[in-house]
Design a protein around this ligand. Structure first.
Ligand SMILES: C[S@@+](CC[C@H](N)C(=O)[O-])C[C@H]1O[C@@H](n2cnc3c(N)ncnc32)[C@H](O)[C@@H]1O
Length: 569
């Protein structure tokens, strides 16, 4: 085919080709590539900012617990946006169990159900996850963990995405959980019996697993506990019949150890009144200790050696033996079965099948045992039936902990109201199980919020009117940020929240006529207070109104800054 091109046309073609070469060169060389399908909920945040509204009649209060647990109903992109203002770097553990995108059980994207007929279903799933994981990362403490449940449908995409967002170097491990030991029936090839949990940290250098023993069989054989956890006693005497255990073959391993009569002091120096212990059997055979003197001293100084009397009242020297805390990556235990310890647990609490795929309660308990401390704040933003919240209540009961949870879920098929909330309410307050037996409540508090949107026209340029609107509606968000969840006063000028120890106040108006009155009111009670004062910019009122008890913060500018940042504006 002949083609006549004018020099102008040729130049245009060259320029076009150069552009294409640049695109090809700039293209990602390795990793996850997908067709980004913009998400309406994300785009909507350019003209509407998310806030929270409390549903007051759902508040649950138990004595002796400070206010802490939170359930947020709404799309989790909105909840995570709010949490970016309230909980940045404050969440110790995130556990999520997103829709698995199996094709057969649908999930919602841009108001449509996504199932196997949608040829973009993987792209949409990755877009949805990326939008949320990026927001979630900001919430983690520097030593925090994120654990994501998944099965084979999206394992590979999720792994690449997590590597991209959290960094391959922060990948802690991939655990396989046998959640259905009998396998999924009627499959042509494998009967799937396991799924995965992907563990990542915010910073692997700073993160640590708790020192616990997950395996109950092993746990049962431990007989002592100290500040570092469980241990067994291993005699320091090297036993066994081999020649290598004899004094004559290892003279360096034969030396006296001196123990005080009350067993409290152990030394290698001869001391008056101390008993001399040698590695000699009751029949007089001269054996050896497990190590040389030098190693023994190291262990003694490290608190690893203790002495106890045996049944014959003879002093024995022991080493504390701890199970090596390398948690295995294959979790196979009947207690992780999703039907027996997930579905049935929920059925028993709610009296009938109300939720399709809850996780085993014990799987969550063990995951949280490993990743949390007694004071951790734990977030689950695909909360479903609320297993994570239930596990925290159980775990706190078991170890006297004070862990708090934030659960976020949408209200698809009324799950937030009828499953998540109802389950937590019953677990906290007590309930009658399916057999009609009374199950004691575990206690605790819960506040229930719904996400809402404030129309602001355009995030790039927020009008003064919109700034005032945000301020009037930000109260509950601020209350959560300050952990003062009880509203104690509200009028046209201000709003006050409190807990047992502190107060939070918000002064709404540009007109500061009533501000001195509010300050006076707050000063009356000698409680530490954070006072949010409306202003057009930042730091306008800090000096004027800060006192010994009152710390001043700005509103709404810091909220707007967070929303601009997460929307990349
Ligand atoms: C697999 S389930 C989680 C089950 C949970 N781990 C349990 O043990 O009950 C995922 C849940 O996330 C919720 N969900 C899905 N997309 C969501 C979104 N964009 N925002 C909030 N919740 C969402 C669904 O309603 C569903 O209940």
């Amino acid at each position: 085919m002949s083609q006549t091109n004018s020099p102008k046309e040729l130049l245009a073609r060259i320029q076009d080709l150069e552009k294409q070469i640049k695109v090809l060169k700039d293209r990602k060389k390795f990793g996850l590539v997908w067709e980004d399908k913009p998400e309406e909920i994300v785009l909507g945040c350019e003209t509407h900012v998310p806030i929270l509204k409390e549903v007051k009649n759902r508040k649950l209060v138990s004595d002796n617990f400070s206010f802490n647990n939170v359930l947020i109903e709404g799309d989790n992109y909105h909840s995570l946006s709010v949490l970016n203002y309230t909980h940045r770097n404050k969440i110790d553990v995130i556990y999520i169990d997103p829709p698995y995108n199996t094709g057969s059980s649908a999930w919602v994207y841009n108001n449509n159900y996504i199932d196997e007929n949608d040829s973009y279903r993987h792209s949409k799933w990755v877009s949805m996850m990326k939008n949320r994981l990026e927001l979630a990362k900001n919430l983690l403490t520097d030593n925090g963990f994120i654990v994501c449940a998944i099965d084979h449908y999206e394992l590979f995409t999720l792994g690449l995405l997590m590597d991209e967002i959290f960094g391959e170097s922060n990948r802690i491990g991939i655990v396989s959980v046998v959640h259905k030991s009998e396998g999924r029936n009627q499959e042509k090839f494998f009967g799937t019996s396991h799924e995965y949990m992907l563990f990542y940290s915010k910073n692997k250098q700073l993160a640590n697993f708790a020192k616990i023993v997950l395996d109950e069989d092993i746990q049962a054989t431990f007989d002592r506990e100290d500040k570092d956890g469980l241990f067994r006693l291993n005699n320091y005497l090297r036993s066994g019949g081999g020649d290598h255990n004899l004094r004559k073959n290892k003279p360096h391993f034969f030396y006296p150890i001196y123990v005080s009569r009350d067993l409290k002091n152990i030394t290698l120096e001869k001391q008056k009144g101390y008993e001399e212990i040698l590695p000699i059997t009751s029949t007089g055979q001269e054996l050896t200790w497990k190590t040389t003197k030098e190693t023994f001293l190291e262990r003694l100084n490290g608190g690893q050696i203790i002495a106890e009397r045996d049944q014959n009242n003879k002093i024995q020297v022991y080493e504390k033996y701890r199970e090596n805390q390398v948690i295995k990556t294959h979790w196979i235990d009947p207690k992780y079965h999703a039907i027996h310890y997930g579905t049935k647990v929920v059925e028993n609490i709610l009296g009938g099948k109300k939720f399709d795929f809850p996780k085993s309660l014990y799987l969550l308990i063990d995951t949280l045992k490993l990743t949390s401390t007694k004071n951790s704040t734990v977030l689950d933003f695909f909360a479903g039936s609320g297993t994570t919240g239930h596990a925290i209540l159980e775990l706190n009961k078991q170890d006297g902990g004070n862990r708090k949870f934030i659960l976020c879920t949408n209200n698809e098929n009324k799950i937030a109201e009828e499953v998540t909330y109802e389950r937590l309410k019953r677990v906290i307050k007590g309930y009658k199980n399916k057999k009609g037996e009374k199950v004691e409540g575990l206690g605790s508090n819960l506040s229930y919020y719904k996400t809402d949107l404030v129309d602001i026209e355009k995030l790039q340029r927020i009008s003064d009117e919109s700034k005032i609107k945000i301020t009037y509606q930000a109260g509950e968000m601020i209350a959560i940020r300050e952990n003062t969840l009880n509203e104690s006063d509200k009028n046209d000028w201000w709003q006050i929240f409190e807990n047992e120890e502190k107060k939070t106040a918000i002064y709404f108006k540009e007109d500061k006529a009533k501000l001195p009155e509010l300050v006076k009111l707050l000063e009356k009670e000698n409680k530490p207070t954070v006072l949010y004062i409306f202003g057009w910019g930042k730091n306008e009122y800090k000096n004027e109104y800060s006192t010994k008890n009152i710390k001043v913060e700005d509103i709404p500018e810091p909220i707007i800054e967070v929303y601009k940042e997460i929307n990349r504006i």
